[in-house]
Design a protein around this ligand. Structure first.
Ligand SMILES: C[S@@+](CC[C@H](N)C(=O)[O-])C[C@H]1O[C@@H](n2cnc3c(N)ncnc32)[C@H](O)[C@@H]1O
Length: 209
């Protein structure tokens, strides 16, 4: 377990959900890059999937509808978890974790972690800990897949925070092999050309201690 504090705490995010017009990241649907990735996963293998910083978790809903049964949603703000519960009553309540990602026990048990606008929601100083915690939650060979902003947001003082490929590579290289790390071809129009699709495979023996 790690302690990684930030000004962007649970109260900050709950306010962004409850105050009008402050949830601009919320696409209101699962996005095409993640749908395309999910569509080629084998449902029969029932992978253990974690979506950290999931927000209203449209990706969890999509996976649930495809028949994936081990999808865990983690977010420390209550509003988005309640929104998922209301939208998808059949989603297992025990798979809704109201928790700080950095305090999740490093069980190395997940097959897949899904990333979408969670990394960019963190203070940049938390990025090395994010990469390490992702590795600590995945089994060897498990994957971190999703999208990262491939652009800088000059002068940003609150999320989202952008970045560069070179910067991102440095965070993930200690723990992961890079399977995909390229501009997404199927982003939503407002994000087109500004998203990197990533699929990173955790190396056996990655240095977690
Ligand atoms: C920009 S939103 C993205 C939500 C969702 N992934 C989406 O694309 O709609 C960032 C989310 O991360 C959550 N979050 C931020 N820091 C967190 C932390 N340390 N642990 C758990 N959730 C966190 C916030 O509550 C918020 O729901």
């Amino acid at each position: 377990m790690q302690t990684v504090s930030s000004a962007f705490d649970c109260a900050y995010w709950q306010a962004r959900y409850t105050e009008p017009g402050r949830d601009g990241w919320d696409a209101g649907r699962s996005t095409p890059p993640l749908q395309a990735y999910f569509n080629q996963l084998a449902v029969a293998s029932q992978p253990r999937i974690l979506i950290p910083g999931a927000g209203r978790a449209y990706e969890a809903e999509y996976l649930h509808c495809l028949g994936f049964q081990h999808v865990v949603v983690a977010d420390f703000a209550p509003e988005p978890l309640a929104a998922l519960r209301a939208r998808v009553p059949s989603f297992p309540a025990e798979h809704l974790w109201q928790a700080d990602f950095f305090r999740l026990a490093p069980t190395q048990s997940f097959d897949l972690l899904v990333e979408q606008t969670f990394f960019s929601a963190l203070a940049p100083s938390q990025r090395p800990a994010y990469a390490r915690q992702c590795a600590a939650l995945l089994r060897p060979g498990g994957r971190l897949a999703g999208v990262l902003f491939d652009t800088a947001f000059a002068g940003a003082t609150e999320p989202p925070f952008g970045g560069s490929r070179a910067e991102y590579r440095a965070y993930f290289a200690p723990y992961f092999d890079f399977v995909h790390f390229e501009t997404a071809y199927n982003s939503l129009p407002p994000r087109a050309g500004r998203e990197l699709f990533i699929c990173l495979r955790k190396r056996a023996g990655a240095p977690l201690s």
